[in-house]
Design a protein around this ligand. Structure first.
Ligand code: HEC
Ligand code: HEC
Length: 462
């Protein structure tokens, strides 16, 4: 019997988990995106259509892709199809933040300006406990402006060390980001502002996520924690501009957007300053005169928006690496033993009426419940009880899918995780867990080194 095996079985007794709670390893897990999973594990791993995408669907993907990569310019321009940038914006292309359809790094290695891929949503607290968009800066901080229009300013980050220790005595240091808004062109932000940092996530498997039946997600809602496990997933009910009613939110770090169509239209509008039939108004506030004087309308058509949406729906998920090696299988067991799966739900079967064949009836392994969880004070946008994105509290985040996280380094050349990229590794991402995830984190701290390493090997194989 090896030493790690002994430690592993000791752990089993202390945690009082029977092996029966861990689902048997299925060979399907090697293909987290179902039959369309890509086997390219190069720097292009996040950029392929689901395999099996053919004919007209494939052509839509290609056209959508070209607009996702395209650099937008200010109007009027000779390239009428790609103008309408600004007046204010965060970046000139989708791929600037979703580079290679991957994850932005968000933060620099040491104190300095934040990366372009990190944007900030702004809300102001009202006396009655509600929030509204910032009267002078709007709902999103936009550092850039076209010629003749001032950008809103810059964001500087400085880091504070947070030290901690594992039960076995080894220590770690987390870097907590503190943000300062500088060179503000439209006056002070004020003390009542809630700034919510968000980094651009990887774009893989989004159509599959959209194809999970709402009832399969809602099944895990446990608002008042009736099962007493300390975890109370909540749905974010968000306004759909297409359906003109409240529907289940699934996309973004707070599940603030109900569909890829609306997410993409909002991204064109908020991040690049491109209006569309869904979001026809530029984000210029009353004090931003230069912005108002440069507003454009109907920058992109519904047809084009739908092509970009097909593109985002058809992006594949890379195949697992070493999914059945002994370390990965041991780590998978630890993942279940310390209850990571209570939020990071391993699998779903997609619905039969998804928009493309390759999305229908697929067994997928995203590792998320797509619900909101209070993740504690340190990750919160604000410690108070404010809702800062539809129903989502300033303290809540949507469980992100874990598929592909082991490939981010290959695709994007960094290993940063969490909503603003503050975690420098998978290990740090776990160590930041608190609030509803405190139970899991505490169990992680008590693991032996071998069990921790196996867990991380498992996560890297996703
Ligand atoms: C300035 C950086 C930036 C640019 C430019 C940008 N995005 Fe994003 N993208 C983000 C961030 C940050 C999020 C998370 C948003 C949130 O939490 O609300 C996101 C989320 C998304 C999502 C949802 C992903 C998920 O996992 O839920 C999609 C789809 C998306 N963006 C598409 C686009 C498209 C299409 C464009 C171009 C029109 C674009 N983005 C431009 C930063 C950017
Ligand atoms: C209470 C629900 C919950 C539990 C339990 C939980 N997580 Fe998470 N996890 C989240 C949420 C929410 C986030 C996003 C937090 C943020 O970005 O601020 C997250 C983020 C992550 C990330 C970073 C993902 C990314 O894309 O940046 C990893 C890795 C992760 N969790 C692994 C684990 C592991 C391993 C466990 C078990 C020790 C675990 N989680 C337990 C809810 C949970």
């Amino acid at each position: 019997m090896t030493k790690s095996f002994i430690l592993g079985s000791l752990l089993l007794t202390t945690l009082n988990v029977s092996a029966g709670d861990i689902p048997a390893l299925s060979h399907l897990e090697e293909f987290p995106g179902g039959s369309g999973t890509t086997s390219d594990l190069s720097v292009q791993a996040f950029s392929h259509p689901l395999s099996g995408t053919r004919g007209k669907d494939r052509r839509e993907f290609v056209v959508g892709n070209s607009f996702f990569q395209s650099v937008w310019v200010m109007s009027p321009a000779s390239t009428l199809l790609r103008d309408g940038l600004g007046p204010q914006y965060n970046a000139v292309s989708c791929s600037a933040c979703h580079f290679k359809d991957g994850r932005g790094r968000g933060l620099p290695d040491s104190d300095g300006l934040v990366d372009i891929s990190l944007l900030f949503r702004l809300r102001v607290k009202n006396a009655d406990g509600s929030v509204s968009e910032h009267p002078h800066y709007g709902g999103q901080f936009q550092p850039q402006g076209i010629d003749g229009v001032q950008g809103e300013g810059q964001v500087y980050v400085n880091f504070e060390d947070i030290k901690g220790q594992y039960a076995d005595g080894s220590s770690y240091t987390l870097k907590k980001p503190n943000y300062t808004f500088m060179q503000l062109h439209y006056g002070k932000l004020g003390d009542d502002v809630i700034a919510s940092p968000r980094v651009g996530p990887q774009m893989i498997g989004l159509g599959l996520i959209e194809s999970i039946r709402a009832e399969d997600i809602l099944m895990k809602v446990d608002e008042d924690d009736r099962d007493g496990d300390g975890i109370s997933g909540r749905a974010n009910w968000v306004h759909s501009v297409v359906e003109n009613k409240k529907v289940l939110g699934r996309f973004g770090w707070k599940a603030g957007k109900p569909s890829l169509l609306e997410q993409n239209a909002a991204a064109f509008n908020g991040d690049i300053g491109i209006t569309s039939p869904l979001f026809p108004n530029e984000e210029c506030t009353i004090v931003q005169r230069d912005c108002q004087n440069n507003m454009t309308s109907d920058d992109i058509s519904m047809e084009l928006l739908e092509k970009v949406t097909s593109y985002t729906q058809l992006l594949s998920v890379p195949k697992r690496r070493h999914f059945n090696s002994s370390a990965v299988v041991a780590g998978r067991k630890v993942f279940h033993q310390i209850s990571c799966q209570s939020c990071h739900t391993p699998s779903y079967k997609t619905s039969s009426d998804a928009p493309f064949d390759v999305l229908r009836d697929q067994m997928i392994y995203p590792y998320s419940d797509f619900l909101l969880h209070d993740m504690g004070d340190l990750l919160a946008d604000d410690k108070g009880q404010y809702k800062n994105e539809e129903e989502a509290m300033a303290r809540e985040w949507r469980t992100p899918p874990l598929w592909g996280i082991g490939m981010i380094e290959t695709v994007n050349g960094h290993t940063r995780l969490l909503h603003d990229g503050r975690a420098r590794s998978i290990e740090e991402a776990i160590l930041w867990h608190d609030g509803e995830a405190k139970g899991s984190k505490d169990k992680f701290l008590k693991l032996s080194k071998v069990d921790r390493e196996n867990l991380i090997e498992f996560l890297k194989s996703l």
